[in-house]
Each structure stands twice: as structure tokens, then as C-alpha cells.
Design a protein around this ligand. Structure first.
Ligand code: DC
Length: 247
């Protein structure tokens, strides 16, 4: 079976289901999934560890320019490397989640990470997932999707996901945190979260993850009918380690 050499962009809000969907689409089509949010988290972790203030834009940008971030998929799980160190767990702490919107708003940080993301995409056969993939990182992507869901549904999903891990949180708190992140991601000057004009909008409020995966694969199949065959040969959702869902 020949390797599909396509570039797929999946953007959307936190909790829209894009991370899980992107990983499953990649798995089913034999493509490489790239979690660009994890890269912004990695640089945020470096800043927090260093003691440099996240508000010191010049110092943060200097640090980003001297940082190497890479991703590799091992046994179906995306691993993120910060200057060669696997930081896949550390980048999910509440402290990193709290500051990543500030760090990712700096144009100098974005410039560096977009450069690294394009370098990874050059490997070909990729699904990049983030906020600005269809608009900035890969404006020439072969397929672009923009995933949204109602605020309430996203908060419900997040609460359930945390409860499954034994963590109890208040619905209202989760809802307010999501609302704040939406505002920060959509209102920043450089590369705000925005649907590319040629992206296909998917409202996941009433869809399952499997529905979302099917929708994307069917869309790709309109131009590459062989993907239906590839998808049926590859693993099912149960066989996939989805890792961290949209956080
Ligand atoms: O997808 P995530 O929640 O792990 O992303 C973490 C943060 O990084 C989020 O607040 C938005 C930012 N981000 C970004 O600005 N551009 C991207 N391409 C991906 C994420």
C-alpha cells in the first residue's frame, strides 16, 4: 500500500475533540499526528523551569529561539521532546495549562514554533492539529477542518474526563476556564484562532469521536478513494492509545 503523502490541518477550540480525532485519523490512515499545542506547552514548561518571568516577552522569545522541540510517535502515543528530553507528562500540569496562553501569544514564540512545525510537516503524510494550522502554518494543506462544539458540551466532556481520572471539579469552574481560554486564543493579535475560509466546519456538539473520524476520512476519500481501504485495514479506536484528550 503506498504511503499517502497528504497534509491535513485540524484546528479548533479547546475541548472540541480535535486532539483525539486527529490522532485517530492519523492512525487509521498511516499518517504522522502532530500536536502543536504540546509544543507551545513545552516552551512554556521551559520558561517556568528557568525562573524567567512569563511576562518578560523579550527573554521568553530569546529562549524560544534557542529551543529545539520535536515530536515522535511511539506505540501510537505522541511524545514531545524539549531539547531532547521527553516532557510529555510535565507539559500537562495545571501550571503549564495556566500560562501557555500567555506564552503562545508572543509573536516571536509563534515564529519559532511555526518554523519547527513546518519542518516536521515536511516529513510528509501528516495530520497537524492546533489553532492556526489551516491559516498560518500550512495554508496550502490538502485538507483543512475546523472543529467546534458548544461551551456547555465541551465543559461536560472535560468534567467527565477528569471524573474518570478520579479528579472532581465544579462544572462552573471548568466552563469559566474554557471561556477564558477561548477569549485569549481568539483575541490575540498574532494568529488568532480562526477558521480558514477553505476549512470544513465540523460542529461536534452532537457527534461521537467515531462520527468525527468517519466524517474526516470520508471527506479525504472524495479525492483519495484509496483511504477507505487503508482505514479499514488499520486499527480500530479500541486499539489506539489516544493519550491526553483536548485539555
Ligand atoms: O491544544 P492545547 O490546549 O494543548 O494548546 C495549548 C495552548 O497552546 C492553547 O492555549 C493555545 C495554544 N496553541 C496555539 O496558540 N497555537 C497552536 N497551533 C496550538 C496551540
Amino acid at each position: 500500500m503506498r504511503k499517502l503523502n497528504i497534509k491535513v490541518a485540524i484546528d479548533g477550540t479547546s475541548g472540541s475533540g480535535k486532539s483525539t480525532t486527529a490522532k485517530l485519523v492519523a492512525k487509521k490512515l498511516g499518517l504522522i499526528p502532530v500536536d502543536t499545542g504540546a509544543m507551545y506547552r513545552a516552551i512554556t514548561l521551559k520558561v517556568l523551569r528557568s525562573g524567567v518571568s512569563v511576562h518578560d516577552e523579550a527573554a521568553v522569545v530569546r529562549m524560544a529561539e534557542e529551543t529545539e522541540i520535536d515530536q515522535r510517535v511511539i506505540d501510537g502515543v505522541i511524545h514531545t521532546y524539549l531539547d531532547g528530553e521527553d516532557v510529555s507528562s510535565e507539559i500537562r500540569t495545571p501550571e503549564v495549562s495556566k500560562w501557555v496562553s500567555v506564552v503562545s501569544a508572543y509573536p516571536g514564540v509563534r515564529r519559532r514554533l511555526v518554523e519547527l512545525q513546518r519542518k516536521i510537516a515536511e516529513r510528509g503524510g501528516v495530520v497537524l492539529e492546533g489553532r492556526d494550522i489551516g491559516t498560518v502554518v500550512l495554508p496550502d494543506a490538502d485538507f483543512k477542518f475546523f472543529m467546534v462544539a458548544s461551551l456547555e458540551e465541551r465543559a461536560r466532556r472535560r468534567v467527565n474526563e477528569l471524573r474518570e481520572k478520579g479528579i472532581h471539579v465544579e462544572f462552573e469552574d471548568v466552563l469559566n476556564e474554557l471561556k477564558m481560554r477561548d477569549t485569549l486564543d481568539s483575541s490575540r493579535k498574532d494568529s488568532p484562532l480562526r477558521k480558514a475560509p477553505d476549512a470544513i466546519l465540523i460542529d461536534t456538539s452532537n457527534l461521537t469521536i467515531d462520527d468525527q473520524v468517519r466524517l474526516i476520512i470520508n471527506e479525504i476519500a472524495k479525492r483519495y478513494p484509496e483511504v477507505l481501504e487503508i482505514a479499514s485495514e488499520k486499527g480500530t479506536r479500541e486499539g489506539m492509545e489516544t493519550g491526553e484528550a483536548d485539555s
